[in-house]
Design a protein around this ligand. Structure first.
Ligand SMILES: C[S@@+](CC[C@H](N)C(=O)[O-])C[C@H]1O[C@@H](n2cnc3c(N)ncnc32)[C@H](O)[C@@H]1O
Length: 236
């Protein structure tokens, strides 16, 4: 559907009617040919913003998928890089692309790490968690970090109500809510559930000190504000 190497419409429908874990298992072989994989432009802008704050020791990519984050974590970290995800299919692709990193299968709502990492990142995955699930996710990342460790992730500015993107995202979320009301297992993926103010409040409640920096390489909106910011949550 997205490119000749990407999934067909039929494959996407089958995936969307599965659980999140099974859906990504099915999508894994073609995931890197979809827009769901975080674009290199976003990864590089994140790396540019993190570089002056490093170098870091051990790095963790939360919801690593096929390993997009490892490409920037490895040069930023002097220690070993680990990716964690619950899809065995996605992890198999990640392992193949980055055999020198560590790959752990786990549900990130119950992360199995204790004080081991200096830098944690996550890309393109927060929409998979209901607001009520974020405290457990953020508490797990907080636990996984060493004192003074950093949790960083890009977050887009809300689309203006007058833009096509706003209505496309609203339409997608509505379709997912209808799907989840009538079909089991649920597939949680909503664009509108993780605005910066809510994410910031949950991070603060988990014990992080939160700042943001604009990712200016990703452009500005018409009013001059950055399209995307990097959230920097420091374990204090
Ligand atoms: C959109 S993909 C993003 C993958 C990668 N971070 C990227 O940017 O290309 C979301 C990933 O989150 C993982 N995921 C979603 N919910 C999860 C959970 N509760 N525990 C572990 N992984 C989860 C999925 O398996 C999938 O690999």
């Amino acid at each position: 559907m997205f490119s000749p190497k990407g999934p067909s419409m039929r494959e996407l429908v089958v995936q969307a009617l599965s659980s999140v874990e099974r859906g990504y298992d099915l999508l894994a072989p073609k995931f890197d040919h979809t827009p769901f994989r975080t674009p290199d432009l976003v990864l590089d802008a994140t790396a540019d913003a993190l570089r002056p704050l490093g170098p870091f020791g051990r790095g963790l990519d939360v919801c690593c998928g096929t390993g997009a984050g490892a490409r920037i974590l490895q040069p930023l970290c002097r220690g070993r890089v680990t990716g964690v995800d619950f899809s065995a299919g996605m992890l198999a692709r990640a392992r193949r692309a980055h055999p020198d990193a560590g790959w752990v299968r786990a549900d990130v709502r119950d992360l199995p790490f204790d004080g081991s990492f200096d830098l944690a990142v996550t890309f393109g995955a927060l929409g998979h968690f209901l607001p009520a699930e974020r405290p457990a996710l953020f508490a797990g990342v907080h636990r996984a970090l060493r004192p003074d460790g950093l949790f960083a992730f890009p977050i887009g500015a809300p689309a203006p109500v007058t833009s096509g993107r706003y209505w496309a995202m609203l339409g997608f979320d509505l379709a997912m809510r209808v799907r989840n009301a009538v079909w089991r297992p649920p597939f949680v993926m909503y664009y509108g559930t993780c605005p910066l103010h809510a994410v910031r409040a949950d991070l603060s409640a988990a014990g992080f000190t939160v700042t943001t920096v604009p990712l200016t390489a990703l452009g500005r909106r018409e009013d001059g504000s950055p399209r995307c910011r990097l959230v920097l949550a420091r374990k204090s």
